[in-house]
Design a protein around this ligand. Structure first.
Ligand code: AMP
Length: 401
């Protein structure tokens, strides 16, 4: 069975085609700068193992972008399928599923209209996800279209953790509550961790730290999310590349009232100009680490703020869970920065987390790497996340159900 995974953003489309018989990737690529003057598609035939092909041209809209994806997959020389009908299912990443969706869902007209109605909760993401689905329905009419929601894994969070202490009617009328994001990644690494620990997922307690460009941390009890650091939107919680993470909401009123800033300006400030970028001028941790080696003071501060915030959440979630089997680091920073992992785990021995500095510096050596010291009460693991594979696996499970 072949499953195509599509992650349509506002100006890009990432895709991977899986052969589910052996879970191998047949082709992968990304369409970028949709709607701009200079777009490009990068396509890789993984089956042939040839170098990626980059084609630069203007890509006016998602329809044109997905047409190019289909053409690349079907290309007589460089393609991997001979007809669109070979694709059994298309799994779509959909950012916001609100309170309606807690599981992968086969898409029909009704599901499309609910995804559309949730656009006000995720204005940057859901409309693009929706367009991706609509175009894929035309291009692959024989395939079952499945929606996999970023918020779904967090629908198990109990009410005392997902509610904000604001008047009830804001929840009841306007659906304002914690939703949480990166659910597909948190679930994927939880399943890998449970398998590695040789425990049923239903008996496994974890803290999963997804530290990428966006970052969130989740408390997992018995394989279910019971708290997470992102909230109503992907803005709160950990400090991120360009997002502030947690701040005092009164700062927003102060900036608007006393400094005359427009709400849209404050929105941009907190989402696009804050986080590592706001403190150091760089949003990529690799650049910050390089600058730290040259004793750059702003880079040091950004790094310490970033790591400290993660440590605070680990403390909070250790308390929330009571028993933790493992702390999991994943995504760009989590998998690659031994420095962040070291800084985060320093001083956590009394809570049960003791890092082995040598294993930590040797880093990732496969799907799962153990980096805790012998005798550490709680295991510390690096696990490579694979959201695309998780989307393909969940799409397959829906088909087989
Ligand atoms: P992701 O969103 O998971 O692709 O993660 C992207 C982020 O991971 C980048 O913005 C970098 O900050 C970070 N990153 C990737 N590789 C490294 C590395 N070797 N060392 C430190 N940070 C890294």
């Amino acid at each position: 069975m072949k499953i195509l995974v599509i992650n349509a953003g506002s100006s890009s489309i990432k895709y991977q085609l899986f052969n589910m018989d052996d879970r191998s990737v047949l082709a992968a690529g990304v369409v970028e700068r949709i709607g701009e003057e200079k777009g490009q598609i990068k396509h890789e035939n993984k089956l042939a193992g040839t170098a990626p092909i980059v084609n630069r041209l203007a890509i006016p809209d998602h329809q044109a972008g997905l047409n190019m994806v289909a053409q690349s997959l079907l290309d007589a020389e460089k393609g991997v399928i001979s007809t669109p009908n070979e694709i059994t299912a298309v799994g779509h990443r959909v950012v916001h599923g609100g309170e309606k969706f807690s599981a992968p869902t086969v898409i029909n007209e009704e599901v499309l209209s609910v995804i559309d109605s949730l656009s006000s909760l995720a204005p940057l993401h859901n409309p693009a996800n929706l367009t991706g689905i609509q175009v894929a329905m035309k291009l692959f009419p024989h395939a079952t279209q499945v929606a996999i929601f970023d918020t779904a894994f967090h629908q198990s969070i109990p009410d005392y953790a997902y509610r904000y202490a604001i008047p009830n009617e804001l929840y009841e009328k306007h659906h304002i509550r914690v939703y949480g994001f990166h659910g597909t990644s948190h679930l994927f690494v939880s399943k890998v961790a449970a398998e590695y620990l040789d425990k049923p997922l239903e008996e496994t307690n974890l803290i999963t730290a997804h530290l990428g460009n966006g970052a969130s941390i989740t408390a997992v009890s018995g394989g279910k999310s019971v708290d997470t650091s992102m909230g109503f939107s992907p803005l709160p919680g950990l400090m991120m590349g360009t997002r502030s993470g947690d701040i005092d909401p009164a700062i927003v009123f102060h900036l608007a009232k006393d400094h005359g800033m427009e709400i849209s300006e404050i929105d941009k400030l907190l989402n696009k100009k804050s986080g590592l970028l706001g403190i150091s001028g760089d949003n990529d941790l690799r650049d910050i680490e390089e600058r730290m080696a040259k004793n750059d003071e702003a880079a040091r501060l950004a790094f310490e703020m970033y790591s400290y915030r993660i440590k605070k959440y680990i403390g909070a979630y250790t308390a929330a869970l009571g028993r933790v089997d493992a702390l999991v680091f994943t995504a760009g920073v989590g998998e690659n920065s031994d420095r962040v992992r070291h800084q985060v785990c320093q001083g956590l021995a009394s809570l049960g987390y003791t890092l082995d500095p040598v294993k930590n510096s040797q880093g990732k050596k496969g799907e799962v790497s153990e980096i805790h010291a012998e005798g550490s009460r709680i295991k510390i693991l690096i696990i490579s996340t694979n959201e695309e594979l998780e989307i393909a696996l969940q799409s397959e499970a829906v088909l087989l159900a």
